[in-house]
Design a binder for this molecule. Structure first.
Ligand code: SF4
Length: 349
């Protein structure tokens, strides 16, 4: 495409700090100009996220209410039945989602879980939705199985800079995360990877996180930028608020560094007013989670999102390749196929 921004994998933290230091209007103008070279500025991709296994996670991510290390109000739930997952996927599709993301609070999936996971992927694909999963660390073999089942995206966030990482998580290393991303990439699946801001990290850490993401051998197709949601009972419950402009700047810098990636306005959107979300869209965010609960933290209801889209003249990004008639057939087929009881996970075991 003529006039498109060059993809670079050699960013330095100093260069990124310089972008953050630009006057706000200059930064947003640059981000929006790059955004328009690659995307329709009035389209936002819409995903729905469902927690398919909640709480009791052995990892100690300090921001996370699902960690077994902290006492929070999250109700633990075992792996959801395949049919229930597909019912939720169908609802998400009716609400306008084009991608269905399934998250499990695991360090990594166990072999005994894989047959159920595989059936979930197949069922969601048969509904005509793009599929994404986040299940923790993945081996090469597991990544290959998920790819074979038809999984489009795998989410695994880097969370923060390598330097600050040890302050937030001690149960696995930055190298472990990069290794999972490599396994996902090698399998041929697309990568969804981003981070969280407002964890108490420095401005330099925010730049260093974006450098890690942009300098991956191939940039992630999807980059969620989360604002910390302070949940009671987690070690970060009393963390200081990040200046909202710093969050918007992070979106803009991510857009400039990763011009072809969908930059997702992710956790923390509940606490953003409409004006802030509009500025995030202007800065280059072009993907959101819609309706439902964002794993265990509240997410604005689908209706309020629809109203905001209307006010801003934004359309949900369409997914090509499936007509309504095809949809109808695949939904019915998938539901008939998934009624097979052998596919259900027995939560009592
Ligand atoms: S962020 Fe994921 S890996 Fe970390 S504690 Fe929460 S569920 Fe577990």
């Amino acid at each position: 495409m003529a006039g498109t921004a060059q993809i670079r994998n050699d960013w330095t933290v100093a260069e990124v700090n310089a972008l953050f230091a630009l006057p706000f209007n200059d930064l947003l103008f640059q981000a929006q100009s790059i955004h328009r070279q690659h995307f329709d500025p009035n389209e936002v991709q819409v995903s729905t996220l469902l927690s398919i296994k909640t709480g009791a996670c052995p990892e100690d991510c300090k921001y996370c209410p699902q960690s077994a290390h902290y006492t929070t109000d999250v109700e633990k739930e075992r792996l959801m039945e395949v049919q229930k997952v597909l019912d939720e996927a169908k609802k998400a599709k009716e609400l306008g989602s084009t991608r269905f993301c399934m998250g499990a609070a695991w360090r990594n999936p166990k072999d005994r879980d894989m047959p159920y996971i595989v059936e979930m992927v197949k069922g969601v694909k048969a509904l005509g939705l793009e599929s994404c999963m986040t299940l923790g660390m993945l081996s090469r073999e597991q990544a290959a199985m998920l790819k074979e089942a038809g999984l489009d995206y795998y989410n695994h966030n880097l969370d923060t800079s390598p330097e600050f990482y040890g302050e937030i998580i001690t149960t696995r290393t930055y190298a472990d995360r990069l290794n999972t991303l490599q396994n996902v990439r090698d399998s041929g699946m697309k990568i969804c990877s981003g981070g969280i801001v407002g964890l108490g990290e420095s401005a330099n850490d925010r730049s260093a996180l974006l450098v890690q993401l942009a300098n991956l051998p191939q940039q992630p197709e999807s980059v969620p930028i989360n604002m910390l949601v302070k949940v009671e009972g987690t070690p970060l419950q009393d963390e200081n608020d990040l200046d909202p402009f710093e969050f918007i700047r992070t979106i803009a810098v991510a857009r400039i560094m990763m011009p072809q990636s969908h930059v997702r306005l992710s956790a923390g959107r509940e606490e953003m007013n409409e004006q802030m979300q509009a500025l995030c869209f202007f800065a280059g965010a072009n993907s959101i989670f819609y309706g439902c609960k964002l794993l265990t933290t509240a997410n604005p209801e689908a209706d309020s999102d629809q109203m905001l889209f209307k006010k801003l003249g934004i359309r949900p990004e369409a997914r090509e390749g499936f007509s309504d008639a095809v949809h109808e057939t695949v939904i019915n087929d998938a539901i008939a196929e998934q009624s097979e009881p052998a596919l259900f996970y027995d939560a009592a075991k």
